[in-house]
Design a binder for this molecule. Structure first.
Ligand code: KIV
Ligand code: NA
Length: 260
């Protein structure tokens, strides 16, 4: 899987599947089930390390998990988060993206809007593809005052659309949209030409992403509205991942009860 191949899926209206992944065995499983993109999310701070936020995660930890995923994967596109504090400037973003790319990621993801446009350009000019992340951006939990749905007022929605366009204009290849009204997810997805990947952003994004622990129903913490336990009715993890892929492809997930 490559960036042009993802773009081609989006252009012909086929939904893109993404799951978070943190180790080699699950990477092999997801890859053989046809998951197109594997994200080493800084959610690993919560689901693997047991922290209450993503803030403690380091670049070295992301690189460690990325190397493990890359060893288990064969064909999926691998992307990894740059963690909190790792991209305050374009130069520091590049310095921190290098070990993550060298560990096996094909793209890095960064959270934030138009202020990141120079950083996106700086990375892309230096051959590092970038995925943006707008809406609920967990690294900004203190600024947001908790994990809350974003883009609900018309001013916030306009700001989010402007941010999305700025990231695309700067050269982003992909954009994650988290916890925003489904109508705004649709608007942004129609406004942009690059693929959008939603998590709590409605059914009209170009693709969907879930945290693997949520897909399996094993995360003991708060269960967000957009989460679905795909182990229900299945007797193996392979079957649950296949059910997720099928549900994203046939557009039965996310259903209205998963949307804002
Ligand atoms: O860290 C993560 O798992 C993420 C996804 C939820 C998009 O950023
Ligand atoms: Na993340």
């Amino acid at each position: 899987m490559t960036i042009p191949a993802l773009q081609a899926l989006r252009d012909r209206g086929e939904k893109i599947t993404m799951l978070t992944c943190y180790d080699a065995s699950f990477a092999a499983l997801m890859d053989r089930c046809g998951v197109e993109t594997l994200l080493i999310g800084d959610s690993l701070g919560m689901v693997c390390q047991g922290h209450s936020s993503t803030l403690p995660v380091t670049v070295q930890e992301i690189a460690y998990h990325t190397a493990s995923v890359a060893r288990g994967n064969r064909t999926a596109l691998v992307l990894a988060d740059l963690p909190f504090g790792a991209y305050a400037t374009p130069e520091s973003a590049f310095a921190n993206a290098v070990p993550v790319i060298q560990a096996g990621a094909q793209m890095v993801k960064i959270e934030g809007g138009a202020w990141l446009a120079p950083t996106v350009r700086f990375l892309v000019e230096r051959a590092i593809p970038v995925c943006g992340h707008l809406g609920l951006t967990p690294q900004s939990v203190h600024q947001m005052g908790g994990y809350k749905v974003q883009g609900k007022t018309s001013a916030a929605a306009e700001q989010l659309k402007a941010d999305a366009l700025a990231l695309q204009e700067a050269g982003a290849s992909l954009l994650v949209l988290e916890a925003i009204p489904a109508a705004l997810g649709k608007e942004v997805s129609e406004l942009l030409t690059i693929p959008t990947i939603g998590i709590g952003a409605g059914p009209d994004c170009s693709g969907q992403v879930l945290v693997m622990h949520d897909l399996m129903g094993v995360f003991p913490g708060h269960k967000a509205r957009f989460v679905k336990d795909f182990m229900q009715g299945q007797t193996s993890i392979d079957a649950a991942v296949l059910a997720y892929v099928r549900a994203v492809k046939d557009k039965s997930f996310p259903a209205p009860e998963h949307c804002f």
